[in-house]
Design a protein around this ligand. Sequence first.
Ligand SMILES: [Zn+2]
Length: 368
Amino acid sequence: MGTCRRCNKSSITISNTLGYCAECIRTHFDEVWPHMGKVHEESRRRFRLPLYAPKDPYGLECRGCVRDCQIGKGKLGYCGIRRNDQGRLKGGRPHEGNLYFYYDALPTNCVADWVCPAGTGAGYPTYAIREGPEYGYYNLAVFYHACSFNCLYCQNWNFKKRTFSKTRLPAKDLAGAVNDRTTCICYFGGDPTPQILHAFTASRLAIKATRGRILRICWETNGSMDERFLKTMAELSLRSGGCIKFDIKAWSKDIHMALCGVTNKRTLDNFEKLAVRIHKRPIPPFLIASTLLVPGYVDEREVEGIAKFISSLNPDIPYALLGFYPHFYMRDLPPTSKRHAMRCKEVAEKAGLRNVRIGNIHLLSTYY
Ligand SMILES: [Zn+2]
């Protein structure tokens, strides 16, 4: 049970760590931000990550993501990967991937599994091996150890311990990990954004080496990359039968800021730009959205805003609502309840979306 420091309301869905209820965040953001900003700082100090995006007027512009870091000599970008090494921008380049990879048996628990070729055979025979799930084949799951966001509920936060790992995997070695049972590569993390150049090279090399057979290129991302990367991401996925999965974390800019420490504007702009390309390959779906239902914060209002936005672009874009599990700085919240998930599904469908699905159903609770 948590209590809002501003309105004194108590609820199982108020996080004491964050300190405030969703309503106070939406209506009195400037008043409540200083405390929440400190929580974000603390969550980064622990891992020796920069507390803020550097803005050194004499520094190098990273131009990788929404953070717009200007990195001074000897300093790190917000993600902890990109850095200014004696006037040269390093980190995340094709020969220096900081990641781990594994083979995930298909059909896997991918965000898009209910619509993608690996899970359903959509796009067979051009993009899928068979008409149903691709049993016997594997996804090459590529987990990048850095992120451009700072979600206090991060479901994969252990990667932060490895952002400064010295181990590097060149793109050509990652591409070499694709074998004759691999039918898709999925870049996630953390987020692929800070190391997107590495992912581009690995994808090109892997496609070249497997020419003539199916190898889909997919992304699971917060969507914060610089706009100039969208075209390459889209082309790699469109041609290969892969998809781009955007995790849209909140609709209200204030809730997004409170939870993720950054604006959602870039993510929404990028999503809109990608939606224009959907007609180039309607089957299997090229663009997919998801939202993690954080109890008390990512509520029906947030989902309604996101769903209306997606629906205005194209009502056939598949939308997955995902169950939250208490992690990282929001361990004082319960897992997403069935009721919360069902209500959000209803709201999203009412907003006009034709393909809404509740994912990780096994995580749902009856706590609230
Ligand atoms: Zn309140």
